[in-house]
Design a protein around this ligand. Sequence first.
Ligand code: ADP
Ligand code: 5GP
Length: 194
Amino acid sequence: MLAQSNNGILFVLSAPSGAGKTTIALKVLEKIEALERSVSHTTRPMRDGEVDGIDYHFIGIDNFHKMVDEGRFLEWAKVHGYYYGTLIQTIEKSFSQGMNVMLVIDTQGAATIREKKVANTSIFLLPPSIEELEERLRGRKNNTEDEIRIRLAKAASEIAQKDNYDYQVVNDIIDNAVMEVCQIINGERGKGKL
Ligand code: ADP
Ligand code: 5GP
């Protein structure tokens, strides 16, 4: 279990695939000091342009299951056919270095963190509409038609979980959404923590 004696804040950002969480997270991380993204472990194959250790730690399925058995993940989930997980050690290391941490994870992972009663501030990013979500998924050009269909079908059940999050932010105009997320983070930091 994550040691809660330290001073760092754990931020959890979730959204349906294509809503813009990667885009927003990158911009927020540029703007906020002492905040870093936890690099997850995944069994998904590396995409063009991705770097091992930067985008994800890319590992084999046996290794992933071994790490699950060893209790090393704060949370893990199977998303779109592959396993993803957040190491406890990664977060503890950031906290020990005086950093706050942002997890960009799916709704299952966020639910696990909530169930484990790990202190965190959670943000759900919403697309302005399902039509716009579909456009963004198509515009990104890294999913097949089948994958887009599956992601859209999942989006409704993910959006239904939005009220389980501390904050909801609509990602309509990028800069506005970035500003809102930054305000949430700065507000939490102002509550006497880092
Ligand atoms: P996610 O990480 O949630 O799957 P991405 O960050 O990859 O989503 O964004 C999906 C696509 O939508 C990308 O092509 C991105 O450039 C675009 N996008 C993100 N935010 C906006 C926005 N506010 N307006 C228009 N396009 C956006
Ligand atoms: P992608 O493979 O497109 O980068 O991510 C697919 C999905 O997995 C996204 O919803 C992303 O947020 C989620 N994800 C990435 N890392 C983790 C993680 O460590 N845990 C969980 N639960 N989901 C993750």
